[in-house]
Design a protein around this ligand. Structure first.
Ligand code: F6P
Length: 549
């Protein structure tokens, strides 16, 4: 296959990046009062403003040409129709089927997966209803009040982020907790706050072999038994979500209390499956299905809208423009408000585990950059920490501003202040401040000319820093579903253009394997030599280690 960086479409973009290097967004806005109207979209209740980017009609035209040359639309169809596009694992990629509210058949190996998807949703609904109605009771006959999800990666980050985002929709009296890290302080701190008689553990693991999850699940079971002594009640307090029925049974959970999903659901794309059970328990099954509906609306848009008005394709192409042609290395996600504060962590896995790769579908090393570093955090906090680097640092960092217009927890004018800050940051990044403006401001403030000359260089902001703004009226389950699906499809499109398998994750295996090899050496020296550094660190650990109690 022709190498991507030698294709005419790629070269045309390289040329354009050189020719347009002097372009400033301020000038683009001045020249075109209609820029916002032309470069914004309303999709599934999201307003997506992509006008504050270093793009022109010509940039977009060449990016669309690249997407066409890489057959993005064809690959998109192959994904939706259940082809095994995760070819290193020989699996279909069908998180879209999990939220296929149209119920149109979706076939894998000739078999429609929708009946099985609907059957699990029905089981989840029945289970959630029993817990909420007080029909599913704890060992002493008391109601379940606390749900603890034990999982990691995709079996943690999605449900954790969604539960936090939808806290205003929580079922009365229901609390959700998440244990992921094998670091003992996490489970110790969580269990300290819980009453075993009213706690339900959801052990969530696609493989049911993940070291951290299994260790935490065993510790939770030991804690439950130590406090209740009710061996026969484990079944009332532990349920499982997995694709591995045998391992679930071996752990001691009745498979009647197991909610299944399938190998065509990637871990980081699994919150729509039974992995979403803690979400459904926390906010109710109706709200969980609204989340699915929102994602489905974005799926329908992604699948049918022309490229020129297709939000995930546009965001993917704009992101790729910065990564491959303008030298950006990272991308910041900045939700304004605390409900979405876990979105950056969630998107780190979604994006970096999907596109953090250097070998293409032909098994060759790629000759271009792939997925950027994803990071970020809630505004306005970041404004008082790392935004300095956005404004005056030497690196180009495209950012996404995300906010709900309304809050479910109003306090005075604070929501308006939050929104004003978002708008101000996006505008300041775009316009910057010229030397003349900096000087004029100081003059107006009565600063003397000598000081003005000395301070002006520090008060100049080059501007031209790109951002996408995503706004919505309220953070509802539907809106959240659409927002997550928007990013999922953006990641998909980028992976297709870069020629990657975005659905495997071989890179995480080596460290896992080595942890298994090193573990016995922590407690007992085996005499094995790893490397000088690892051996030195192990010596330090052994000489300072108090035995575990
Ligand atoms: O280590 C990476 C990973 O395999 C992720 O892809 C996955 O989401 C996570 O571990 C958890 O895996 P599991 O659900 O099988 O426990």
């Amino acid at each position: 296959m022709t190498r991507l960086e030698t294709t005419p479409a790629w070269r045309a973009l390289n040329d354009l990046a050189r020719d347009e290097s002097g372009l400033h967004m301020r000038a683009l806005f001045e020249a075109d009062p209609g820029r916002f109207v032309r470069y914004s979209l309303s999709v599934a209740d999201l307003l997506i403003d992509y006008s504050k980017h270093r793009i022109t009609d010509e940039t977009l035209a060449r990016l669309f040409a690249l997407a066409r040359a890489r057959e993005v639309e064809n690959w998109r169809e192959r994904m939706f129709t259940g082809e095994k596009i995760n070819f290193t694992e020989n699996r279909a990629v069908l998180h879209t089927a999990l939220r296929n509210r149209s119920n149109r058949p979706v076939r894998v190996d000739g078999e429609d997966v929708m009946p099985a998807v609907n059957a699990v949703l029905a089981r989840m609904r029945a289970f959630v209803a029993r817990v909420h109605a007080g029909e599913w009771l704890g060992c002493s006959g008391r109601r379940i009040t606390d749900v603890v999800n034990i999982g990691i990666g995709g079996s943690d980050l999605g449900p954790r982020m969604v539960c936090e985002a939808l806290a205003s929709w929580a079922h009365p009296g229901m609390r959700a907790h998440f244990i992921s890290n094998v670091a003992p302080s996490e489970i110790a701190a969580t269990l300290r706050e819980l009453d075993p008689e009213t706690t339900l553990f959801v052990v969530a693991s696609k493989t049911f072999t993940t070291q951290e999850t299994m260790a935490n699940a065993r510790a939770a079971r030991d804690w439950f038994l130590a406090h209740t002594g009710a061996q026969d009640a484990v079944q009332r307090h532990f349920v499982a979500v997995s694709t591995n029925a045998r391992a679930v049974r071996e752990f001691g959970i009745d498979t009647a209390n197991m909610f299944e999903f399938w190998d065509w659901v990637g871990g980081r794309y699994s919150l729509w499956s039974a992995i979403g059970l803690p979400i459904a328990l926390y906010v109710g099954m109706d709200n969980f299905e609204c989340l699915l509906s929102g994602a489905h609306a974005m799926d329908e848009h992604f699948r049918s809208a022309p490229m020129e008005r297709n939000a995930p394709i546009l965001l993917a192409l704009i992101g790729l423009w910065y990564v491959n042609f303008l030298g950006a290395e990272s991308h910041a996600v900045l939700p304004y408000g605390t409900r979405l504060r876990n979105l950056p962590s969630y998107l780190q896995q979604a994006d970096m585990e999907s596109n953090g790769k250097t070998v293409n579908r032909e098994g060759e090393r790629v000759g271009h950059h792939t997925g950027p570093v994803i990071w970020g955090g809630p505004g306005t906090n970041g404004q008082h920490a790392y935004y300095q680097l956005f404004h005056q640092g030497s690196r180009l960092i495209p950012v996404d501003f995300i906010a709900a217009v309304n809050t479910h927890t109003p306090v005075g004018q604070q929501q308006d202040m939050l929104l004003a800050n978002l708008l101000a940051q996006a505008r300041a990044l775009m316009t910057g401040r010229t030397r003349e403006e900096a000087e004029a401001e100081m003059r107006a403030a009565g600063v003397d000319e000598a000081q003005i000359a000395r301070l002006a260089p520090f008060r100049v902001f080059e501007g031209n820093h790109p951002s996408t703004s995503i706004l919505f009226a309220d953070l509802t389950p539907e809106v959240l579903g659409a927002l997550i699906a928007l990013y999922e499809h953006k990641i998909f499109v980028q992976g297709i253009i870069w020629g990657l398998d975005s659905f495997d994750q071989w890179g995480v295996e080596l460290g896992k394997q080595m942890a298994g090899e090193i573990l016995p050496d922590i407690a007992t020296p085996s005499g094995r030599a790893f490397d000088a550094s690892t051996d030195g660190l192990l010596d330090f650990i052994r000489s300072h280690r108090r035995s575990a109690s």
